[in-house]
Design a protein around this ligand. Structure first.
Ligand code: B1M
Length: 217
């Protein structure tokens, strides 16, 4: 089977929620030496987008989204050693990052990916979880004095709560740079709601975080 065929099978099996075929294809992809970033950020992410589309069209239900998240997380456990090998820099004490999905939103797969990669690059990550209200971010910022605060949102309806969080952090005089990401965001929205940085994916988030600490915050 060609690399193209394996990748197609991987995408289709995850989109179809066919766990067994997906895990088989994942194994084949790893055996074929396909880069872990391509597997996660291209193929698995594209399959999750397709699952979202099937949900929107009424073909899939909430239970299917939950099952998709379960399969995704299972794959991440299998991929962990490959991710460590690819992304670990061996550095420590690079800086502190507070992360969380904003109030009203409970999606956490993307945020967790950002957390994993940041840790592998030597950042200390304080993960506040999901559905985090603005005051929790402010409290954590005052306690941990981070260089960066990362906010995630996948729901369009969570954008106002992201804006409120940024406003609350600014009002409290928090000096950390604010980075935002997630499917609900774009560069334009990020600018409009007052964020300092927008990252399209987890690799970009880490690249920006490294740049921020190298430039002294
Ligand atoms: Co929901 N959901 N969901 N869902 N869900 C979406 C987001 C949706 C686009 C599906 C769709 O309709 N097409 C849609 C939102 C539409 C919109 O607002 N525009 C939607 C909806 C409507 C809902 C509910 C409202 C459904 C309902 O109840 N009627 C509900 C809301 C619950 C809530 O949050 N209050 C809901 C619930 C859920 C589940 C809980 C069942 C489940 C999530 C489980 C979990 O996360 N543990 C779920 C899922 C699985 C999805 C989809 C299918 C997949 C999301 C995902 O994990 N993607 C999603 C469809 C889609 O996104 N296209 C959808 C894979 C992941 C790797 O990508 O999270 O985007 P992502 O992260 C990327 C980047 O965005 C970026 O890096 C990551 C890696 O590259 N990134 C950052 C993310 N955070 C970042 C932070 C950064 C930087 C980069 O810096 C800080």
């Amino acid at each position: 089977m060609s690399v193209g065929d394996v990748r197609k099978r991987l995408r289709e099996a995850l989109a179809d929620l066919d766990r067994e075929t997906f895990l088989e294809a994942l194994n084949e992809a790893l055996q074929a030496g396909i880069d872990v970033d391509i597997i996660v950020f291209e193929d698995m992410s594209a399959a999750m987008d397709e699952i979202g589309r099937r949900f929107e069209s009424g073909e899939y239900f909430i239970a299917d989204l939950l099952y998709a998240a379960e399969i995704f997380k299972e794959a991440m456990r299998i991929l962990e050693p490959y991710i460590v090998k690819k992304h670990s820099s061996g550095e420590i004490e690079r800086g502190v990052v507070i992360l969380g999905t904003v109030k009203g939103d409970i999606h956490d797969i993307g945020k967790n990916l950002v957390a994993v990669l940041l840790k592998l690059r030597g950042f200390r990550v304080i993960d506040l979880g999901v559905d985090v209200p603005p005051e929790k971010f402010v409290e954590a910022a005052e306690k941990y004095k981070p260089q960066i605060i990362g906010l995630s949102a996948l729901l369009t309806t969570a954008i106002p709560s992201m804006r409120e969080t940024i406003e609350a952090l600014r009002r409290a005089g928090v000096k950390a740079k604010i980075m935002v990401g997630g499917a609900a965001l774009s560069k334009e929205i990020a600018r409009e709601i007052g964020a300092d940085y927008y990252a399209e994916n987890a690799v970009e988030a880490v690249r920006l975080a490294e740049m921020i600490v190298e430039n002294g915050g």
